[in-house]
Design a protein around this ligand. Structure first.
Ligand code: ATP
Length: 229
């Protein structure tokens, strides 16, 4: 069965969350008290409902208590964001992810027991700046104040050699948690295409192939120095 989500608050952030979840074939209940916002997503999501999300009865009537996760995406009106999170908690919603706009807003949401607080602007800015400082890093994800996951492409020098030649552990204290590899195949029309294979926990002897992308987990400070050569 498709996973079910409620997206509450359809500003830019909420809109894109609802759109992307729908593209991943999830069932999405998009909720906002502004009729125009509801109309803008009506053709996109499974259900678009205009209601005041601080109203528990109204949320129950559409079954929000049964969703796998609710995303509360309200920044401007911090009071509404807090009240809605409290209501969802009282209703027993399994997982609540909430957007915060200030550190205090984030702290309150955490204290209310949400599973995850996101600061969209801060997170995008950090990823952008990290990418600019270390251009060989394709993806960057902070998983704690000290650790991050990065993706870097294999360099020519490493092709055909075992994974240990990358010296990620000895030089950067990082573990290769996966390799993303392009695998060629022939389509029904006889054309050659590539599909992507994820090799999770690869063996140290794994031979590196051209186009491989390493997914590394390690200490942030040392990974930031990582430049493939
Ligand atoms: P972004 O920066 O992502 O565009 P934002 O953080 O500025 O958005 P807000 O303007 O705070 O977003 O509002 C998000 C949406 O939440 C708005 O569309 C607003 O109508 C809706 N909203 C606010 N309060 C409630 C409520 N009590 N019930 C339902 N929807 C609400």
């Amino acid at each position: 069965m498709a996973r079910q989500f409620a997206v509450i608050g359809l500003g830019r952030f909420g809109y894109h969350v609802a759109q992307t979840l729908t593209q991943h074939r999830c069932e999405v209940m998009a909720i906002d008290n502004d009729e125009e916002k509801i109309q803008s997503v009506a053709d996109l999501v499974t259900h678009a409902v205009q209601l005041d999300a601080t109203d528990e009865k109204a949320l129950r009537a559409i079954g929000v208590q049964d969703v796998d996760a609710a995303i509360v995406s309200i920044g401007e009106n911090i009071e509404a964001s807090i009240l809605i999170v409290m209501t969802l908690k009282e209703m027993g919603v399994r997982e609540i992810i909430a957007k915060a706009v200030t550190p205090i807003h984030g702290k309150i949401l955490r204290n209310l027991g949400v599973s995850r607080v996101v600061f969209p602007e801060r997170e995008v800015a950090i990823r952008l700046a990290n990418g600019l400082v270390a251009p060989s890093i394709l993806e960057y994800l902070d998983i704690s104040p000290d650790y991050s996951i990065v993706e870097i492409p294999a360099t020519e020098r490493l092709v055909g050699k075992p994974l240990t030649e990358g010296r990620f552990q000895s030089q950067y204290g990082a573990t290769v948690i996966a390799i993303r590899r392009k695998v060629p195949y022939i389509t029904e029309a006889g054309e050659s295409e590539f599909s992507e294979e994820m090799r999770i926990s690869p063996s140290p002897d794994e031979a590196i192939e051209e186009g491989d992308i390493f997914v590394l987990l390690g200490p942030k400070k040392r990974l930031e120095q990582l430049q493939t050569s």
